[in-house]
Unconditional design. Structure first.
Length: 241
């Protein structure tokens, strides 16, 4: 029975990492089609934000970061954080109209974020390209909807938006804490992949949790603080009228 080779290939040795560009023709075609759709969607509007988001998405899958995620869980988490915290807000400008509420968007994003980082589903992404792409497309898609919801409702429902952002910060912080302080390895795949990088598998898991805590938890905490100040400012302005 043949062993499945993950989409990003087998785990690379550190010396080979920068030679591991993913130039899969289906991936490159999908990226080209997506760029054409973005340009069509934007029309004569400002293309800067969505095109920058598209570039970041391409980098996450074409560059050696894709291969690194086969060796290091921390690299996979870093890849996901770039997608959901940087690329997604840039792409969110493509979604126009009212859309879903921030609470629902945050709940769906949280469910998918936990789903794809716990042991069972994570292991399936290494065994099936279909599951691998289901993970990334659902994470990125739900994050785009989340950020679009924030953009749409921040002016009309700042309190609900702040609560949704606070909930997102809380769930990402909780997951990161569980990763950091667990004495059990969540993903046995990495038992055989981290040593060439000078890391034990549990050390790699702690690093992944730290990335998630710092990048995810603190970013959303800052967003909550910003929204709270905005809400208090608008409330004070109304009282002074």
């Amino acid at each position: 029975m043949e062993t499945h080779v993950p989409f990003c290939g087998p785990p690379p040795a550190p010396a080979d990492l920068w030679t591991r560009w993913t130039l899969d023709p289906v991936l490159l075609t999908a990226l080209a089609v997506t760029l054409a759709l973005i340009l069509w969607r934007v029309g004569n509007g400002d293309r800067t934000r969505p095109v920058l988001g598209w570039i970041l998405v391409g980098v996450m899958f074409v560059s050696p970061i894709c291969a690194a995620s086969m060796s290091l869980f921390s690299a996979r988490v870093a890849q996901h954080l770039v997608l959901v915290l940087i690329a997604a807000p840039l792409l969110a400008s493509l979604l126009r109209g009212r859309g879903v509420g921030p609470g629902l968007a945050a709940a769906v994003f949280a469910a998918l974020f936990w789903l794809w980082h716990v042991p069972g589903p994570y292991a399936l992404t290494l065994q099936s390209d279909l599951v691998y792409w289901a993970m990334h497309l659902s994470l990125l898609g739900s994050a785009v909807v989340l950020w679009a919801s924030f953009r749409t409702h921040v002016g009309t429902a700042p309190f609900a938006t702040a609560l949704a952002a606070a909930g997102t910060a809380a769930q990402m912080t909780l997951l990161s804490v569980l990763l950091i302080f667990s004495d059990r390895l969540w993903h046995p795949w990495h038992l055989a992949t981290t040593a060439p990088y000078g890391l034990g598998a549990l050390d790699d898991q702690v690093l992944a949790g730290a990335f998630m805590w710092i990048a995810g938890g603190l970013l959303f905490a800052g967003l909550v603080a910003s929204l709270a100040l905005r809400f208090l400012g608008s409330h004070r302005a109304v009282e002074e009228r």
